[in-house]
Design a binder for this molecule. Sequence first.
Ligand code: ATP
Length: 304
Amino acid sequence: MATNVQVTIVGSSNVDITALMDRLPGPGETVLADSYRLTPGGKGANQALAAALAGARTEFIGAVGNDSHAEIALGQLAEAGVKLDRVAHTDGATGVAIISVDAQAENSIAVISGANATMDAPAVNAAGELSGILVLQGEIPASGIRAAFDAAREQVVLNLAPVIELDREYLVRANPLVANEHEAALILRQLEGSAELSTDPEPVIARRLCAQGLSSVVVTLGGEGCLVASLDGDGKVDVTRIPARKVEAVDTTGAGDAFTGALAARLAHGDPLVEAADFAGRFAALTVQHHGAQASYPRSLENL
Ligand code: ATP
């Protein structure tokens, strides 16, 4: 049992197959691609790598298949010392994202969940105790997310991306909920049961999320940084804006996952939420200066 683990991530791991081409094929069309690369991905695995590189003793709990992609999916995590003994090795395929990118950096993506789809309630319950800060995303079945919430022993960081239907009683237990602007509006619509997506400014959306019962919310704003909203002792919502470090961004793939993993690592270290979000923003700003997702995550915190 992983008693000294500080951050546990229950979620997805994939292999990303990225093909580079002049233009994306239309329906029924074949185009010749220039090259392709196989890289590890999946929001759960990305966040686990970020948490470990940000200094937390980290465990990843997920599922891979019995194919050659499994080793690629977990390779960077193993190298970073992430605990992997409770990753299930299933009979099917490892999750795959097939990403086509054209010369203008426009992309189209098809995700095959593969083994990630087996991370349902029985699979999560079979894993047993979840130690430390728990981090969850939206790339495994909702029943697995609910089971992980039920097994959590400490606070749960929920990055519900993609936004899937999750019962109110679980959504409001996120502390914090981490969402980009678009996801925050979608989750607010779920919680308020409204038909329309709110066009309110982000601080108002964050306040409305807290009014629905969330004790803290972090809204990420890309190159603009992030907003932290949290309930104080008197039931008042404090909103703090944290600007992003000005950097030359070449590829923001996986920046949100870097942010969430680093945030969890600092919360596990005992930082208050605003300080943890400031650290996470500086960590994520390092990643956007390099290509790729996991490949762009900093192996040293010297330039933070
Ligand atoms: P993605 O889906 O691309 O991983 P996301 O939409 O979930 O990202 P973003 O809000 O784009 O998340 O980015 C997360 C965090 O990364 C931001 O809050 C910010 O701290 C940092 N970041 C992103 N883009 C930049 C940038 N251009 N310059 C500096 N920091 C950035």
